[in-house]
Design a protein around this ligand. Structure first.
Ligand SMILES: [Zn+2]
Length: 94
């Protein structure tokens, strides 16, 4: 970014980012939980929910189990955000 080389452009983010299970993408993402009732939003880490529900749990299954901490409604929606900083992106786990 310091004007060094006109190297390869940063295509950091994969065009398709789709999480179906907690274990997808090695858990390297951020989960956003939104309450459909009061619109309260909070973020969670996949590993937190993975311990709770199991890594094979699908996001929709997890969402059903979550309860809004604000209004108590069980109408959570989960969506996954790709990591903001692709730090150490090249070191793929084996
Ligand atoms: Zn709520």
């Amino acid at each position: 970014m310091d004007g060094g080389g006109v190297g390869p452009k940063q295509y950091g983010m994969p065009p398709r980012f789709r999480i179906e299970k907690l274990s997808d993408e090695f858990g390297q993402y951020t989960l956003v939980l939104q309450c459909a009732a009061c619109r309260h939003e909070r973020t969670a880490e996949p590993r937190t929910l993975g311990r709770l529900c199991g890594w094979d749990a699908r996001l929709e299954e997890v969402a059903k189990r979550m309860r809004c901490s604000k209004c108590g409604a069980k109408q959570c929606r989960l969506r996954a955000l790709p990591p903001q900083k692709p730090r150490g992106y090249s070191s793929l786990p084996k």
